[in-house]
Design a protein around this ligand. Sequence first.
Ligand code: GUN
Ligand code: FE
Length: 447
Amino acid sequence: FTVVGTAFHTPERGQFEILENHLFGVDRQGRISDLLPPDHPDFEARKKAAAAAGQLVELADGQFLMPGLVDLHIHAPQWPQMGKALDVPLEVWLQKYTFPLEAKFADVEFAREVYGELVDGLLANGTTTALYFATVHGPATLALAEICREKGQRALVGKVVMDDPEQCPDYYRDPDAESAVQETRLFIEAVRAMDGGERPLVMPVITPRFIPSCTDAALEGLGALAREYGCHVQTHCSESDWEKDYVEARFGESDAASLDRFGLLTRNTILAHSNFIGEEDMDLIQERGAGVAHCPLSNLFFANAVFPLRKALDRHMHVGLGTDISGGYSPSLFDGCRHAISASKALHGGVHAGLAPAERGAPGEAITHREAFWLATAGGAEALDIPTGSFRPGHEFDALLIETKAAHSNIYLHRGDSLEDLFEKIVLNATRANIGMVWVSGRKVVG
Ligand code: GUN
Ligand code: FE
């Protein structure tokens, strides 16, 4: 099919592009085949032909195309807990609320019910790609992978590994390292058997929850699987003082160095949080080509810290945004953009009002709405090494139709607004009400 209209995207960090009245050709596989400006000699003929074939989507006044959003860190089983239980520190939150909830996913029927609502809810919020932590349970995690495929969400799904009886409750953990690694292997094979094409929509991810939850044997076994299968890896890295100190005490080194020693720091690794990484960790992460999922909202709750985003961006590290549901309470990556901007503003100089202006923060830390949107789209896509996140020939057509004039919209349109102003208003004020249609690989999944 063919879409004609105006699109906004941020294909490179710091670069904002308006594709005004362009024609987007989408091939049978759901990829962008070509992109024509309105003065292209074939533009009118192509548009006419698409209309005649009943294959034209023409955007109306107030409608814009934007790339689908990429959530680099989200806990699927914590969906029922979204918006509650955030009144305690991380280590208490895990034991008191989160492990009991995740343990319920031993019941595959329960899992199917929750995961169906989760995927519908995220697609409606514009999340076209999600990197999921599921639970320790193989069957329920496979159910999540199947639901994503059925509903058409691009997803990377991990069976969580947590086998250390010192840190994980008996009612919720892998029985031992050997079975944790074997279950992960079976899960990888099952997902690849379900969706094994050249451009799979759903992919398996090796998922040690975090170092404190895993024995050395499990970490070693998962590192070997990462080498064998070459698939993605995800974990929590240097999230909180407690977690960082735990790893220091156990291994005498940082999270990043330990993960690397176990073979878990690769080009396909996404490290959630990474608030307390030092210069050496940054060097190592960058050398391996791994990425960071910046989770600004949950970092404020659990880490009492802000990820040093500007430093990471200046080095051209791979970085994207994660909602970290339910450590973060919002399913919306538009909210994620806003939280990333606010957090960066705090570092920039918004905190410590009692101090003199020059002592309040570091100038240059603040990010713009353009950079935030890049993180939520192309940045996340690059970190995952998946051709999505911006409109380019050859990229997947993962897109949102934004209705600025929707009912119940918070976007106030003023006649003096330029297209660039509208983009900023969308990034700062769009809600689910403004997401009129969603496509993933050219398949319409919302609207
Ligand atoms: N560290 C280990 N598990 C979790 C989790 O579920 N959420 C967050 N935010 N941090 C974690
Ligand atoms: Fe998390």
